[in-house]
Design a protein. Structure first.
Length: 269
């Protein structure tokens, strides 16, 4: 490269392409995961803890009111998975990149703007799938079996992983909008209505009054029903389709917010 070409402002770096940008951002995010065990270990320990405590304290009471053959352990496994994968994201790392100026430096390069966000979500998917596996193993150890077999276990983990990724749109939107780590940490509060105003502890037909009405409109109700169908029923096309639809609906909302916040952040640079 000549001195003249270096000084020529019309010469710019060539775009590598969206796929290359996506892999580069995702690769950096995945490599950073082992260096931040404080953000991973609680995400695994908490759902395992609640799974063990719930089945230990509520199993006998719940099974006494249900039909013979009902397994509260199997009923609770999807709840443990949802707790394991929800709210796990690189949003806090994104805030750090924003505060130290690294994100702004990326935006002046030819890298795809969407890859800056979607690359982090690819890393999130890798992480939440990894977090799901120990939960499924613990379920197997306590006696949970899948009527859908090994393929059902794979679908179970992938469906839960997709939910985990679409939910990350909310903390990413907050991170990009505020650049505030406290606001990002508080974003987990958004999960509480999803997690508890639904069929987390009892079947839908046992819910009454206003809680039953809210559960009917809660996407997690249909996600849990789809996950449980893989354990109790096998391959229930309607339940799985409703679960996928619920995940997609939340994904449209969360990803729209995240991409809008990304455009706003880039525009303010």
């Amino acid at each position: 490269m000549t001195v003249a070409s270096v000084a020529d402002p019309t010469i710019r770096a060539r775009r590598a392409g969206f796929g290359s940008d996506l892999l580069a951002i995702a690769g950096r995010a995945v490599r950073s995961i082992p260096r931040e065990p404080e953000s991973v270990i609680p995400a695994l320990v908490v759902p395992l803890f609640f799974f063990v405590v719930n089945i230990g304290s509520l199993q006998d009471i719940t099974e006494s009111f249900e039909t013979p053959g009902f397994s509260f352990k199997a009923f609770q496994l999807p709840v443990a998975i949802i707790f394991a994968v929800t709210g796990v994201s690189r949003a806090s790392t994104l805030v750090t990149d924003i505060q130290d100026g690294y994100f702004d430096r990326l935006t002046i390069t030819p890298v795809s703007r969407k890859a800056l966000l979607l690359g982090l979500m690819v890393a999130d998917f890798v992480l939440v799938v990894a977090l799901s596996i120990p939960v499924v193993v613990l379920g197997y150890l306590v006696g949970v079996r899948f009527e859908s077999g090994l393929p059902g276990v794979v679908v179970f983990v992938l469906l839960a992983g997709c939910w985990g990724v679409v939910f990350t749109g909310f903390p990413y939107a907050i991170a990009l909008k505020t650049g505030n780590p406290g606001a990002v940490n508080a974003s987990f509060i958004l999960f509480f209505p999803f997690a508890f105003l639904t069929t987390s502890f009892v079947p839908q037909e046992a819910l009454t009054g206003w809680l039953s009405t809210i559960a009917d409109w809660n996407p997690v109700t249909y996600l849990l029903a789809g996950l449980r169908s893989l354990i109790f029923v096998g391959w229930d096309g309607r339940a799985l389709l409703e679960a996928v639809g619920a995940v997609a609906l939340v994904g449209v909302v969360s990803q729209t917010l995240a991409l809008a916040a990304l455009r706003g952040r880039v525009a303010r640079r």
